[in-house]
Design a protein around this ligand. Structure first.
Ligand code: GLN
Length: 486
């Protein structure tokens, strides 16, 4: 049962082959056994999980079910969940019990009836690409526990890859769903900016943050995205659009689909093993009848520098609310108000978060605003323009998700710029607000999973999921399991 797809789980629950309580227990037992090794969850609360499962079983008995009722999931610890400790991976929020549910939690748990297994580990305030900045310790990659799972949604990815949860939520500000999905051999989708409500999702960089799904296949992603997405008046950038069935195109032929390969993604930068697997995936798509065209994203190389100005700028503003007064950690000893702020923030935030706040405050300061922040915003516009141009010549863009497979714990922790370069293929998508996903497309010589990235035009999630699904019908990379989950 633990290896089953969401559709199979639905059938098993509906036919009473298993109850939601039994199913949740199976996953809780695995979490109890494997979480000490993987550290994928920050908070587990079996009592709460089983109460939700019981409620789901009552709904099933009453025939009041949707496609996800009674199915367990892992929630990234960035989503406020009422009564649950919600830490965002930070000492600052170590003891914060959320007083309300994020929109994503409302939709998935209350409306759809999914059962929370716990709060998944993550980089502190979602800043990182390896899950090593978490105050609650690093997460291990289930494929090789000496390696990172990627970040910032590393706990979500490790949980799904090790079959501690059938599916998980994630957030992607600059690759944080796609990159860990790639490094853990999973399928993860970041929807178009504005499709999933940010209400109750702890803010990092508000113009980039977007919730999404980490799962084992495109079909599962579609199911959960349907339940997650939708207009929410409490998020001022939520888009008012009619509800969509993101799975509506699954199974449609991709004959004649134009897949664009951005020249800039195929130059240098990625490991040979990664590129070889991506080339093989292109051959699979050719075999499925897709037309491969070359496109260009001439400003793609500016995405990382622009992002690492814009994201810290927004973070420095968003994180000013953590002042020791309204939320979170307050230093036990201080002389006056200023020293209380200083000490609380010095103690509550880790080194990477402090670095971002400093960079952000600097690029927004008088005298540097024009030189950095404004320039970065201009680059952002150019990048969005590049994509708009490219989508005149193709229906989807393909490339690697990450330049490398999972790197060793500690390998890049002393080299922030090296870490930021993990994001070279993912970040432009966030700057342009586009949907992107990652699917497994092979393994390197060490047996570590490789991710293939597919990027769509705005609101092309359904097509993107079908492009991924078509590949997963023709290959079995997404079905491989790490030894820890055999
Ligand atoms: N690597 C990116 C960063 O550190 C990931 C951010 C994200 O998507 N949450 O900012």
């Amino acid at each position: 049962m633990i290896h089953a797809s969401l559709k199979t789980l639905r059938a098993a629950l509906d036919s009473r082959k298993i109850s939601s309580v039994e199913l949740s227990r199976l996953f809780l037992e695995r979490i109890a056994r494997l979480n000490p090794t993987l550290n994928a969850f920050i908070t587990v609360d079996a009592e709460k999980t089983l109460a939700a499962a019981k409620a789901a079983d009552l709904r099933i008995a009453a025939g009041n079910t949707g496609p996800l009722t009674g199915i367990p999931l892992a929630q990234k610890d960035i989503f406020c969940a009422r009564g649950w400790r919600t830490t965002c991976g930070s000492r600052m929020l170590e003891n914060f019990i959320a007083p309300y549910d994020a929109a994503v939690v409302e939709r998935l748990e209350q409306d759809a009836g999914m059962v929370p297994l716990g709060k998944a580990n993550m980089d502190e305030f979602a800043m990182g690409s390896s899950n090593e900045t978490s105050y609650f310790g690093p997460v291990c990659n289930p494929w090789d526990t000496t390696r990172v799972p990627g970040g910032s949604s590393g706990g979500s990815a490790a949980a799904v890859a090790a079959f501690l949860a059938p599916v998980a939520t994630g957030t992607d500000t600059g690759g944080s769903i796609r990159q860990p999905s790639a490094l853990c051999g999973l399928t993860g989708i970041k929807p178009t900016y504005g499709v999933v409500s940010r209400y109750g999702m702890i803010a990092f960089a508000s113009s980039l943050d977007q919730g999404g799904v980490i799962a084992r296949c495109a079909e599962d992603c579609a199911l959960v995205l349907c339940a997650m997405a939708g207009f929410d008046e409490r998020d001022s950038t939520s888009l008012e659009r009619p509800a969509e069935d993101y799975g509506r195109d699954l199974g449609a032929s991709i004959k004649g689909l134009r897949i664009g390969l951005p020249r800039e993604f195929f130059r240098e930068g990625a490991d040979a093993g990664v590129m070889a697997a991506v080339q093989e995936a292109i051959a699979v798509y050719r075999g499925l009848g897709a037309e491969i065209v070359e496109v260009t994203l001439p400003n793609a190389h500016l995405a990382v520098p622009a992002y690492y100005v814009i994201a810290p700028a927004e973070a420095s503003s968003n994180l000013s609310r953590f002042d020791g007064v309204r939320y979170g950690h307050r230093a036990p000893e201080y002389a006056d108000l200023d020293s209380m702020y200083c000490k609380s923030r010095a103690q509550g935030f880790g080194a990477e978060v402090k670095r971002r706040i400093l960079i952000g405050a600097y690029v927004l300061s008088h005298g540097y605003y024009d030189a950095y922040y404004l320039q970065a915003q201009r680059i952002r516009r150019l990048i969005a323009g590049d994509f708009a141009e490219a989508f005149k010549a193709c229906d989807a863009i393909l490339g690697p998700t990450s330049p490398t497979t999972a790197f060793r714990q500690g390998e890049k922790s002393a080299d922030p710029v090296g870490m930021y370069l993990s994001d070279i293929y993912t970040i432009a998508v966030n700057l342009a607000g586009l949907p992107g996903l990652s699917i497994p497309c092979g393994f390197d010589a060490r047996g570590l999973p490789i991710g293939l990235q597919l990027i769509g035009n705005c609101f092309d999630e359904a097509r993107l999921l079908n492009v991924a699904h078509a590949y997963q019908q023709a290959t079995d990379w997404h079905l491989r399991r790490p030894a820890i989950a055999a």
